[in-house]
Design a protein around this ligand. Structure first.
Ligand code: ATP
Ligand code: MG
Length: 270
């Protein structure tokens, strides 16, 4: 397991394009070399990269909360990364920014080498739909849909035909141990069961990356372990990249790479 303080960026790419990126980040990207091998450009190996990412929430009258204070990190394709750190350290905020669910105050985010910091909302939605599965800290299941329909929903939006999406959804719900509950509505399930539906929804369509905000927070240790094993299998078998936040030492121990946050910054492990 790698454990780190500020990881150095090893970006090597030529296909970065910048739309209205903040000036400092734009300069940083522009400074990058574009290495050539026998006349061909090397395509970057990183799936996601953040450059001096900052997020400040503004609430009420002139109340500003700096949640991220300059995060620079690279997530390799097929990695299995855990974000750890005390409550309020910025884990959810970082996941939301990397998952294209929120926008940064400063800095830049590259996804597959492409600057997505300020791209058009429709392009962001398409990126999320096809490449990113997200498990929210509060599950965010649709209350009027059954477990099966919740899992199918992303594939419905992707235009996958009914038969395929139903089969994939049932298979995935079986893998998270919910075979008997597929026709239940979220309010008819326990917190842990809803959490497993949320995980099934994120992984069923086999996205490029799954981001999960404390995916085992409401599970007993046995269920948490089997869910983690499922994610490790998907990581190994299908090459899906996983990025989790957690307070759970069991998950931290299974990470290929552990990133500690404190007060919105990456810190060395405690
Ligand atoms: N929508 C928001 N509006 C205002 N402040 C926010 C908002 N979301 C988060 N914050 C603040 O940003 C900081 C980072 O919050 P964040 O939710 O990212 O922490 P976290 O590490 O995920 O914490 P936890 O382990 O409790 O989930 C905190 O100080 C929090 O109060
Ligand atoms: Mg959180």
């Amino acid at each position: 397991m790698r454990c780190e303080a500020q990881p150095r960026s090893e970006a090597r790419r030529t296909d970065v394009y910048v739309e209205r990126a903040p000036e400092a980040a734009t300069k940083q990207i522009a400074k990058r070399e574009s290495p050539k091998v026998k006349g061909k450009s090397i395509v970057g190996m990183n799936l996601i990269e953040t450059i001096d990412l900052k997020k400040t929430y503004s609430t009420g009258k002139n109340i500003e909360t700096p949640a991220l204070r300059g995060i620079s990190l690279s997530i390799a394709d097929k990695d299995f990364v855990v974000l750890a750190g005390p409550s309020g350290s910025g884990k959810s905020t970082l996941l939301h920014l990397m998952g294209a669910l929120d926008t940064a105050t400063q800095g830049a985010i590259l996804f597959e080498g492409r600057d997505i910091t300020n791209i058009d909302i429709h392009k962001l939605t398409t990126l999320r739909l096809h490449k990113i599965g997200f498990v929210f800290q509060a599950y965010n299941l649709i209350s009027t849909l059954t477990a099966l329909e919740n899992v199918e929903y992303t594939m419905l939006l992707q235009g996958i035909n009914r038969r395929t999406r139903r089969k994939k959804s049932i298979d995935t719900l079986q893998r998270v141990g919910l075979d008997d509950l597929i026709h239940r509505f979220p309010q008819e399930m326990s917190g842990g069961q809803q959490q497993r539906v949320a995980v099934a929804r994120a992984i069923a369509a086999e996205p490029r990356v799954v981001m999960a905000d404390e995916p085992t927070a409401n599970l007993d240790s046995k269920t948490a372990e089997s869910l983690l094993e499922l994610m490790q299998e998907l990581n190994m078998e299908k090459g899906i990249t996983f990025i989790f936040s957690t307070h759970d030492p069991m998950i931290m121990n299974k990470a290929k790479r552990l990133i500690h946050l404190k007060d919105g910054k990456i810190t060395p492990a405690a």
